[in-house]
Design a protein around this ligand. Sequence first.
Ligand code: GUN
Length: 215
Amino acid sequence: TSPTIDLAPNCEIEYPPFVSFPAMQPPDTLQKVINQLQLERHVENGYFKETDRSPFTIDYSQSEYPSGSNENPDLAMPTRTEAPRYEGKRSYSTMIYYLLTPDAPITKMIMNRSRNIHVLQKGKGQYVLVYPDGTIKSFKVGFDYENGEVSQWVVPGGVYKASFLLPNEEFDNGMLISEIVVPGFEFSDYKPIPGKKELETLVGEEKAELLKPFL
Ligand code: GUN
């Protein structure tokens, strides 16, 4: 569990119009931010830049986990009661900027082995988490605390996450966040949801249909 998320009220998943009809390009204001922060397109959609990677590393290859137990990457992902298993070296931490814009308003659903610390910089969005037991949690991120929005949220390792942009005036329909991963991000710790079937197995047919835009 994660206090920052457990305390956020659960929200209905209603996609704003630009999820079905993305813009051709970002508005000038957001293009300026992309240029100033030197963001690039990300495989999950959106724009990102790795702004920090700790020069210190930790070597997990000597750790107590029996070797060979990580052949199935799913088994190496943590569950709510299990610590993550890493193989090899990791940076102590990494940090990125991540930006959603009306031309890139929705992410793919992915999971990381490491827990992921998110800090909102500007704008509004909505997150959707799918836990290993199929529980779905969705919450809004923004600075309207009165209405249950949160500006910090920590997604545990082994939990699928996805997000979409919510219309907002304060940042021209953008959402800029920072993400900190400890130990640091590696693609070998990263897993997109394989497809509709896996989603159906996790959450059932009806809810998988609702979450289809994240595939
Ligand atoms: N490279 C590609 N995706 C990512 C990511 O999500 N985080 C970091 N740190 N680097 C990446």
